[in-house]
Design a protein around this ligand. Structure first.
Ligand code: MG
Ligand code: ZN
Length: 359
């Protein structure tokens, strides 16, 4: 499904790509599969959506270990660890074996790492890249797991899971003792953007507002994280960005909220793509973790419009498109399992994890 001839670089100066990526940006639209991408393209306007600019497209099958329909924890664990797990498990395979995530491993090797989301830090998708818990609801334990990995930057909600806890511990003090700059709010001016210190920027006490309520930080935070992480390590960086609330709008069957979230995520993916096109050493992978809402695009009375419709308030088993740009992007064409996203990222870096069985 490679269609390189369709690739339209947005920058005027075409960048020569290196053979292997130095940086990886993985962007996840929670609940975003083909109907949602289609809606994003039509809502943005054909010819203007970021999804039309990727040279490589594939599909992943999102099922969990023992269920055809996955949740976000099992699906993000598949991306992060390359292992199938049961629904609800965070970075852990049954019965209780933690799996090492690509973020943790690259961090140990001296890569800069970052997480930028529109949910709280402890929510299933970001948690699965850095925490190891049997159930996604163990949010206080998930917050503690953040202290076990050198994460260079976090931007998202969930401050309360660190400093407003049942056990009365203040995890933010522990982070400060380790040299972290901790900020709360939406201003990105007072962050150590010269790369001098790691930071957490909490955009909300628990969950940030929806994009339909005026939340706007994701595209800017994505661009800022790329620039910052580049300064943090000469080895390269791994950045996970999530459009977290696409899924929440779908569970609510709320088309207005969904449109705002899809356009917000489109802009965040565009920011990552812009960085990669100028940088030339960055592999961008943008996908969803599963479909949600059983969404369809029905005929509408207005010309050239569609009527979004939903057949459920739950996730579905539809395959999920994967878009890739950059060095080794062609690895992501075809139809494969969601665990293959993990193996393909390592393969792009020159390591065959399947053959060696390294986990
Ligand atoms: Mg999520
Ligand atoms: Zn969901």
């Amino acid at each position: 499904m490679a269609c390189a001839e369709r690739g339209k670089p947005a920058s005027k100066v075409p960048t020569t790509l290196v053979q292997r990526p130095k940086n990886i940006i993985l962007l996840i639209g929670d609940g975003m599969a083909t109907p949602q991408v289609s809606a994003a393209v039509y809502w943005r306007g054909v010819g203007r959506s970021v999804w039309e600019r990727f040279p490589v497209v594939g599909f992943h099958q999102s099922h969990a270990l023992d269920e055809r329909v996955t949740d976000s924890a099992a699906s993000a664990t598949a991306f992060a660890c390359g292992q199938k797990t049961k629904n609800g498990a965070i970075g852990l395979v049954p019965p209780d074996t933690p799996c090492r995530t690509i973020l943790e491993e690259l961090s140990d090797r001296g890569w800069a790492t970052g997480i930028v989301v529109t949910c709280s830090a402890t929510h299933a998708t970001p948690a699965s890249f850095i925490a190891h818990q049997e159930f996604r609801a163990f949010t206080d334990h998930i917050a503690e797991d953040y202290l076990k990995t050198r994460l260079d930057c976090f931007i998202g909600g969930g401050k309360g899971f660190f400093d407003d806890r049942y056990d009365r511990r203040n995890l933010l003090d522990s982070l400060r003792q380790r040299g972290y700059v901790i900020r709360f709010g939406l201003s990105m001016n007072r962050l150590p953007l010269d790369g001098s210190a790691p930071f957490y920027l909490f955009t909300a006490h628990r969950e940030p507002p929806g994009a339909h309520e005026g939340r706007r930080y994701l595209p800017y935070a994505t661009a800022l994280a790329c620039q910052y992480l580049q300064k943090r390590s000469p080895k390269g960086f791994f950045l996970m960005v999530e459009g977290s609330q696409i899924d929440w709008a779908l569970h609510a069957n709320d088309a207005r909220w969904l449109k705002a979230e899809l356009l917000d995520f489109d802009a965040a993916v565009a920011a990552a793509l812009r960085f990669a096109q100028q940088n030339g050493e960055t592999l961008v992978i943008a996908t969803g973790d599963h479909e949600c809402g059983g969404m369809s695009l029905n005929p509408a009375k207005k010309p050239k419009q569609f009527e979004p419709a939903f057949t459920s308030r739950l996730h579905s088993a539809a395959m999920v498109p994967v878009f890739a740009y950059g060095p080794q992007a062609s690895l992501f064409s075809g139809v494969y399992d969601n665990t293959d996203i993990y193996f393909k990222m390592w393969e792009a870096l020159g390591e065959n994890r399947r053959a060696t069985g390294v986990k």
